[in-house]
Design a protein around this ligand. Structure first.
Ligand SMILES: [Ca+2]
Ligand SMILES: [Ca+2]
Length: 357
């Protein structure tokens, strides 16, 4: 980058950081109070495996409605740039770029699933924002986290709960969008996500950009605050065995995700903080293992990774096809939360108990 434009960027960046620092903040006590409104504390795989899924007798299962898709992809785009107004975030992952023959990131991922035999796939694109809002970049109303939650609630009620061959759900996130996608997974433990595709999971500045809107929506508004935002910043706060530093929420693959795929870029615009524009943390499970977690280092830059189909997305597509369609019964959440029990023991409500003969 030419020296002048780099200097200009640094100045703009400093201004943006100042503006963000002046944003209304959510006080810890207010956030915590909003958290007590949550009906249960089962918002988290971090609670151990205390969560017990409700079991429906097989005889009670109904057929999936004829109009139900085989699979839905919920995709969170990232922030609109370093210096843009957060209100202008928009859903770009399904937006095709002329320069690549009109193939969007989500087209590539959707095609991979079509090759696995899914005929009817629905894509739900979400912007990096707490709720729906008008974006001056896309020029239209964009959906946010609340709309993704509402959509997932509908998918659950109509096409998953009590259904013999339920609709499958896949998560995709780019940059800051991976934080929202992680929140959605961790706050819907009754849904098993076939895969979570994380494209350069950046956590840095997420809280700064969003804490004011989170206060508006979940503290001052009527909506239930997602775990773990009642504790504030979700970055650098999760303790994982074997990791020196507390992890970012979007570097820990939730326990109700079967396959965790990630693409990390290595390009650094600002050397002072390595996490500014590149995901430098290899993903792990909450128990410190790497079960069903795979990643690559991209050749693309952070932005181009999400802007159009590219070699990294081609790797994602190949992996999804190679991994195939997972059997949900083979991957209970407990397998990703706690290590295997020693011989002669089982887990019950998160505690080791002697195995029943
Ligand atoms: Ca990562
Ligand atoms: Ca990261």
């Amino acid at each position: 980058m030419p020296h002048r434009s780099r200097s200009l960027l640094l100045v703009l960046f400093a201004v943006a950081a100042l503006v963000a620092a002046c944003a209304p903040s959510a006080k810890p006590a207010d956030l915590a109070r909003a958290g007590t409104a949550r009906a249960t504390s089962s918002g988290s795989p971090l609670d151990g495996i205390g969560y017990v899924p409700s079991t429906v007798p097989e005889t009670a299962l109904r057929q999936r409605p004829a109009d139900a898709p085989d699979l839905v992809i919920i995709a969170f785009s990232g922030h609109c740039g370093l210096v843009c107004d957060t209100r202008s975030t928009w859903s770009y992952l399904d937006h095709a770029s002329e320069s690549t023959g009109g193939v969007a990131v989500l087209d590539g991922i959707k095609t991979a699933y079509e090759h696995l035999g899914f005929g009817d796939i629905e894509v739900f694109g979400v912007s990096s924002f707490a709720t729906s809002h008008y974006s001056s970049i896309s020029g239209k109303i964009e959906q946010g986290y609340l709309q993704a939650q509402a959509y997932l609630d509908e998918v659950k009620a109509a096409w998953i709960d009590g259904v013999a061959d339920p609709t499958r759900v896949v998560l995709v996130g780019h940059s800051h969008g991976t934080v929202w996608a992680s929140l959605l997974a961790m706050n819907n433990l009754d849904v098993t996500f076939d895969s979570f595709v994380a494209l350069d999971a950046i956590c840095w500045m997420w809280w700064n950009k969003h804490k004011g809107f989170i206060k508006d929506t979940f503290v001052d508004g009527p909506w239930t605050i997602p775990f773990p935002l009642d504790n504030g910043d979700p970055c650098g706060t999760l303790t994982v065995p074997g990791q020196k530093q507390p992890m970012n929420i979007n570097d820990v693959v939730p326990a109700n995700v079967i396959f965790g795929l990630e693409v990390r870029t290595s390009f650094r615009l600002f050397s002072l903080d390595p996490n500014v524009l590149a995901d430098d943390d290899v993903n792990v499970r909450i128990n410190g293992s790497s079960s069903n977690v795979w990643g690559i280092t991209a050749q693309e830059s952070h932005s181009s990774l999400g802007n159009h189909y590219n070699r990294s997305i081609s790797w994602v597509a190949s992996m999804l096809q190679a991994l195939g369609v997972p059997d949900h019964g083979a991957y209970p959440m407990s397998s990703f939360v706690l290590p295997p029990p020693p011989a002669g023991f089982d887990y019950s409500q998160g505690e080791l108990v002697p195995a029943t003969p």
